[in-house]
Design a protein around this ligand. Structure first.
Ligand SMILES: Cc1ncc(COP(=O)(O)O)c(C=O)c1O
Length: 449
């Protein structure tokens, strides 16, 4: 099946090798392939489908918009769809959080927002250096690629990585407070680190292996940035849009970043990227950073529809309750597979099970796919299974998905363990009873599917 498009599509294709099916339809948290087989979605379009596939409210709004010949392409000309989106975004997201930010629409994919953010920081500060962190992932255009940590994506042939320094993320050096290192290097004229235009970070590194920065570390980095007049850019492309339990991933730590990159789920399933700029830092001149596809009207319509989840006072607790189910199951798994040294980490509704080996994670992913579940891995060696279902996933489907992974883990680890070790190893099946009571009611809220 990976060859379904292989005759004509470049060798660069990737996910179709991981999930070798020809998909046809999708609703909520399931996809169906052309042969009629249904899959549960724990992959979520790499974080682009936080509200599920074909959300009914977005779908109705889109059908209405297209059928009344709503404007589809407009560069950054004002359209009713854009005005409505901005109004909803300001009313439901920015104002309640006391955020006086302006919105810059960039090209449609996440890396476009990152490029715009670092360009603005350089312009605003008249400095060229950027600090990024180990295991960071910020995209694949050349500026963003320079910020991305994993050497798999690096080659000197791709272009210059000048003007970027990677420093250790929180937890990278065990108990060492790596914010201290940043502070010391900035204070030391001989450290070799120039005062950068910006520090860019993900509060939870999604592609880097679900590495969760502590609140204290985040606050300390923000404080250091303030002291040195360095812009703090939060890349919330993957873990914003409710993924960590609140709309922005930095809310929990009480951070006040200067610039925020948002993409993936902001478009309600359609391509859209934006940069939020603290108002006094909006140093752009008119037309200084442009692009043909800035602001996708269909995405404005879908986004306007799904953002209304944030008017529901219960939405955050629904995300939390689903996250607790996964966390509780992961705890069980790590206890049951203690001999394998598995560990887990995450926040809200993004969780990682670190199985320590990329080949083992790949085996689990392949078998989960056979058994009807989409899940991917992240981390330096792709050793972390990434649990990222839609924020709106129905609880029975969430349990069903966990049951699939659980059975696969038992099988795969069992196959690797010698019969004598198996006898020593306690590996009971998943105890759903003990986690089904975790995390409250099955209600999906007013906009649920
Ligand atoms: C944190 C983060 N930043 C940037 C990007 C790049 O987004 P895109 O692939 O849409 O260019 C991603 C994609 O996974 C991401 O996770």
């Amino acid at each position: 099946m990976s060859e379904a498009t292989g005759n004509i599509e470049s060798n660069v294709r990737g996910y179709c090798r991981l999930f070798p099916a020809v998909f046809d339809t999708a609703v909520g948290s399931t996809l169906t392939d052309a042969s009629g087989k249904t899959f549960i979605d724990f992959f979520c379009g790499a974080g682009s489908l936080n509200y599920g596939h074909n959300h009914p409210v977005a779908k109705a709004a889109l059908l209405d918009y297209v059928s009344r010949n709503g404007i589809q392409h407009s560069l950054d000309i004002a359209t009713k769809a854009k005005v409505d989106f901005l109004d909803t975004f300001e009313r439901l997201i920015l104002k309640p959080r006391g955020m006086d930010f302006v919105v810059q629409f960039t090209g449609p994919t996440g890396t476009n927002a990152v490029e715009a953010a670092i360009k603005l920081a350089r312009k605003q500060t008249n400095r060229s250096h950027i600090v990024a962190f180990t295991n960071a992932y910020h995209g694949h255009s050349l500026g963003s690629l320079a910020l991305t940590g994993n050497k798999y994506y690096h080659s000197e042939f791709y272009g210059s990585r000048n003007n970027v320094t990677h420093l250790p993320f929180d937890g990278y050096l065990g108990d060492v407070d790596t914010a201290d290192l940043l502070a010391k290097m900035l204070a030391d004229n001989s450290s070799g680190l120039p005062v950068p235009a910006a520090v860019i970070l993900e509060t939870v590194q999604g592609e880097g292996g679900i590495n969760v920065a502590s609140r204290q570390w985040l606050r300390r980095v923000a404080e250091i940035c303030r002291q040195h007049e360095i812009l703090l850019i939060i890349d919330d492309i993957q873990v914003g849009n409710g993924r960590t339990g609140k709309f922005f991933s930095f809310e929990d730590a009480g951070l006040e970043p200067d610039v925020v990159c948002l993409s993936k789920s902001i478009g309600g399933g359609l391509p859209m990227s934006l940069v939020l700029i603290r108002r006094p830092l909006d140093a752009w001149k008119p037309g200084e950073h442009t692009g043909t596809f800035r602001g996708n009207n269909l995405a404005f319509v879908a986004a306007n529809a799904v953002l209304k989840h944030w008017a529901d006072a219960d939405f955050e607790s629904q995300i939390a309750s689903r996250g607790e189910v996964i966390q509780s199951w992961l705890k069980q798994v790590c206890e049951r597979f203690a001999a394998q040294n598995f560990c887990y980490r995450g926040r809200g509704l993004i969780w990682g099970l670190d199985v320590k080996r990329g080949d083992l994670a790949a085996k689990v992913i392949r078998q989960c796919f056979q058994d009807g579940l989409l899940i991917e891995a992240s981390g330096a060696d792709d050793q972390v299974l990434k649990f990222m279902p839609a924020l709106t996933i129905e609880r029975p489907l969430l349990f069903e998905g966990l049951r699939v992974v659980d059975a696969v883990l038992c099988r795969v680890v069992g196959e690797e363990t010698s019969p004598s070790d198996q006898a020593l190893q306690v590996m009971p099946q998943l105890d759903l009873g003990s986690i089904s009571s975790v995390g409250g009611s099955a209600s999906m809220g007013t906009l649920g599917q």
